[in-house]
Design a protein around this ligand. Sequence first.
Ligand code: MSP
Length: 535
Amino acid sequence: MSKKFYITTPIYYPSASPHLGHAYCTTMCDIIARGKRLRGFETFFLTGLDEHGEKIQKNAEAKGISPQEFVDEVALKFTNLWETLKISNDDFIRTTEPRHYETVQKIFSDFVAKDDVYLSSYKGWYCVHEESFWTETQVGEEHVCPDCGRPVELKEEPAYFFRCSKYVDGLVKYYDENPKFITPEGRKAEMINNFIKPGLNDLCVSRTTFSWGIPVKESEGHVVYVWLDALTNYITALGYGQENNENFKKFWLDEDCEIVHVIGADITRFHTIYWPMFLKALDLRQPSRVFVHGLMMMKDGKMSKSKGNVIPVPPLVERFGVDAVRLYLCREIVFGQDGQFTPEQFVERLNADLANNLGNLLNRTVSMINKYFDGIIPSFKADLNDLDKNIHELAEKTVKSYEYLNDELKVTEAYASVFDLVSAANKYIEDSAPWALAKDPEKKELLESCMAHLAAVIYLAGTLLSPILVTKSEKIFDQLGVTPELRNYEDAQRFGALDGLKVVKGEQLFPRLDATVEIEYIKQLMAAPKEKAAA
Ligand code: MSP
């Protein structure tokens, strides 16, 4: 299996402040990246901002500041949010940085020189919001944007075009030969039926109607169309076309590196049709996978400020902790499917997984080891009965499914399997009835074995959950007395690694939340922006 891994989020538009939807995508990528690092993969995790385009220019004008000042302000909000959520990205690319800017100009010139890009003129229906041209059929009789439903306008302008016709056959062949390239698979049929089969027009790759973009060197007045600018971030951040290109060699050129782009469904077309064509034109390998995650919705549909259903993430983190918010995002919204945020499910999920399941297991185990063995974890000897054997086998099986499911990007399922192990360990306590074993001196060995198994399972579960529980897993280890050198993936799989260590009863790590109070609290958070707007 490949031991190198490169994962990217979309680069977000800093046209407004980040919300829970952006947080969702970035957090999931972070959980995946941390999971790979835990297992020893050399990992590079990239996120960033897509800072050019007409919308940003207009927003800046409306505020009376320069587009650069505007994006600088919003960029801070994004980087602050990533810090709050403990996102472990290795780089943060902004498309206004010289390293990106200059490389995009080189790529554009390269395309012109090879005649992959040519100058012509464009007439079509244009949606300012989506920054996209559409055909007559796509806008229909009402002349509205098929993506966002806003009215479109007829526009003609001189423009450069990318020769899609030259690459389309190769693209379909690539899909056929790499069935996992687009995941979930249903998205592939959508691309073929909606975009490729009806006939793909050459893609317009420059604009003359606004100036906030990377200038085309070949022709004054043109700026590079945002999608050619934006998509190339995935290679310019690694150093493509620059002097320092070590990361590019390691994480792109090396065929052994798995490359995963995680995106929302709204931008599938750009990542699975145009991006592979640009790469082909650059004579570069394709990403291994484009993974399309679902939308995070609210009860009344998409999140939007005007509806007053936007949840500000920082106060949520402040109240419930970063681990809790990350856990909710990963567990409650199946990765690859749409999900809905409700305050009720948020609180219920935290109580079920953390307070009732993991927290309960930890508290009971630490208390019993204190009570029966003065806090010293008994040595693991063997599986003494079927109960021991079953939980031990389940622990080993869980590691295997955790790895397999994570590699398949079935991230929600991967972590569900760890919580299943935790539930099974709680049941193992009930079935083993250590309180009864403790009363009979002849059953001492069974009692020791039970505690050794429990400590081993918590140590393993805490390790497997560490990509989500970025602060609490360390506290779990503190309570189990796990020494710093033992806090690694290999030792965590070894029953007996904790023999003789001393547990430390600490603070309650996952207290039960009062559902009525907390649901009310979240509802207030959601209502706040609406009230502000009304005021
Ligand atoms: N700038 C482009 C992407 C260029 S990538 C080379 C863009 N930016 S965006 O700010 O609109 O962000 C889009 C991405 O944000 C989506 O693809 C998705 O990953 C994420 N999300 C935005 N709103 C979301 C939800 N409500 N729910 C889940 N993800 C959401 O498109």
